[in-house]
Design a protein around this ligand. Structure first.
Ligand code: NDP
Length: 461
């Protein structure tokens, strides 16, 4: 018997961590850690609440809001809010569980949480979004605070929504405090926060390329396939272009845009503008003048992975389980060498098995294989800069763009080094010197940090 209903996404996230720990020497070397897993996989607290508001037609609407406060051993709960019709407890528990270990990988003092609303904001007016945010915060404000729980954005929660949520909190609590991150620069936000997840993903991948090629290669000249066209995908793509790579694709939930010669920064700025008006990629490519006569083509109903030719780097940046086993095989056949997730749990377990299988079969210094990085390591730049935003708010200071960017880069490369070192230390693979498993390295590093905090504080005994 279990107290939990069937939660496929959470089970998948749990299994990934469990299998990485089991398939290493960790429990043999330190058996006490075995006691942590059953405790850390139960959230400290789940808050589920009713959110009602008046829509633009004057009708009442109701939706279910959640906050999963998963683990606070390493700091205040921290994790994003998602407004999407697919939000449910299984999805938020998977995201919250991942967030615990991801936040530990930043090296900052952050616990793990996730929340959201089962609601689709697409096509809603600005004033209705404001009413939804105020209604959502009416209940959430009872459970968060700058030293308790500091939410941020996630899918369909960006700068505008963070503004309304922050304003609501300030009014309800009569307190101006750093209770949310992703704020506007004018009132407590941090430079580089909008760019941080995408940029951080590229800094992490850059470290992978450098390590695997022994310093001989970089993003220069690489062909990169990217999914998604939201916050993470946009800034990942812009950084790739800045570093001399060719961005072959972007996508949304309706289809993909593909260009064999490369999507440009101007294309991405047009996509940013179009998305702010809730336009689909199909509409944007059809309407924005920058696309007329360009090499960019739109493919309806398709993810990009099998629609590009030769590829060096694959960056899933849309949503969970967006790379299937068959798509992973296709990417491998087309020459992919580096896969790093901007999205959370972007790859299905079948896809991870394909990438890790190829790494194990062929890894050697002279013939680099496919190297896969899980989102909890490669996309943690967003929460890392959120942590820096919290530090700036506490000190009532604002750091320069250069300072935050340099700090982000340092955090991402340190995380990469930590993943490599830990994977080697606890590996049971024969050829670990070539390409150690980053999925094991990330899960083990994050788990050990959280487990130690829980053991020291008596959460586990
Ligand atoms: P956005 O809402 O800005 O963009 C999401 C993108 O993914 C859109 O292109 C959207 O298309 C697409 N998408 C969403 N759901 C689906 C779906 N079911 N199938 C196909 N495409 C889909 O979100 P973000 O860019 O912020 O987030 C993207 C991913 O990155 C998520 O997994 C998120 O958890 C993760 N992440 C985000 C961080 C951040 O700082 N923002 C930090 C760490 C991870 P459409 O517009 O058509 O819905």
């Amino acid at each position: 018997m279990s107290a939990e209903p069937y939660e496929p996404e959470f089970q998948q996230a749990y299994n990934e961590v469990y299998n990485c720990l089991k398939d290493s020497t960790l429990f043999d070397k330190k058996p006490v850690y075995k006691k942590v897993l059953p405790v850390v996989s139960v959230p400290e607290r789940i808050i589920q609440f009713r959110v009602t508001w008046e829509n633009d037609k004057g009708e009442q609407e109701v939706a279910t809001g959640f906050r999963v406060q998963f683990n606070s051993a390493k700091g205040p709960y921290k994790g994003g809010l998602r407004f999407h019709p697919t939000v449910n407890l299984s999805v938020l528990k998977f995201l919250g569980f991942e967030q615990i270990f991801k936040n530990a990988l930043t090296g900052l003092s952050l616990g793990g949480a996730k929340g959201g609303l089962c609601f689709d904001p697409k096509g809603r007016s600005d004033s209705e979004i404001r009413r939804v945010c105020y209604a959502f915060m009416k209940e959430l404000s009872r459970h968060i605070g700058q030293d308790v729980d500091v939410p941020a954005g996630d899918i369909q929660v960006g700068g505008r929504e963070i503004g309304y949520l922050f304003g609501a909190y300030r009014h309800y609590k009569n307190s101006w405090e750093g209770v949310l991150t992703g704020k506007d620069l004018n009132w407590g936000g941090s430079l580089i926060r909008p760019e941080a997840t995408g940029y951080g993903l590229i800094y992490y991948t850059e470290a992978m390329i450098k390590y695997a090629s022994q310093g001989k290669e970089s993003f220069e000249g690489k062909r990169v396939v990217i999914s998604g066209s939201g916050n993470v995908a946009q800034y990942a793509a812009l950084k790739c272009i800045e570093l001399g790579a060719t961005v072959l694709s972007l996508s949304d939930s309706k289809g993909s845009v593909i260009s064999e010669t490369g999507i440009t920064a101007e294309h991405i700025y047009a996509i940013q503008d179009g998305r702010a008006a809730w336009k689909t990629l199909e509409q944007i490519v059809g309407e924005a003048s920058v696309f007329s006569g360009s090499s960019v083509k739109y493919i309806a109903g398709a993810r990009p992975w099998v629609h590009v030719g030769k590829v060096d780097v694959a960056l899933p940046c849309a949503t969970q389980n967006e790379v299937s086993g068959a798509e992973a095989e296709h990417l491998v056949a087309n020459g992919v060498k580096f896969v790093a997730e901007g999205s959370n749990m972007g790859s299905t377990q079948e896809a991870i098995d394909v990438f890790e299988g190829v790494r194990l079969q062929t890894a050697s210094a002279s013939a680099p294989a496919v190297w896969y990085a899980p989102g909890k390591a490669s996309n943690m730049g967003g929460v890392a800069v959120s942590g820096l935003e919290m530090a700036q708010n506490s000190a009532r200071v604002s750091w320069t763009r250069e300072t935050v960017d340099a700090e982000l880069k340092k955090i991402m490369t340190t995380c990469f080094d930590d993943c490599v070192t830990t994977a080697k230390e606890y590996s049971n693979e024969s050829n670990v010197e070539a390409l150690p498993s980053l999925v094991k390295g990330a899960n083990l590093t994050g788990f050990i940090r959280v487990a130690d905090a829980m053991l020291h504080q008596g959460d586990v005994f």
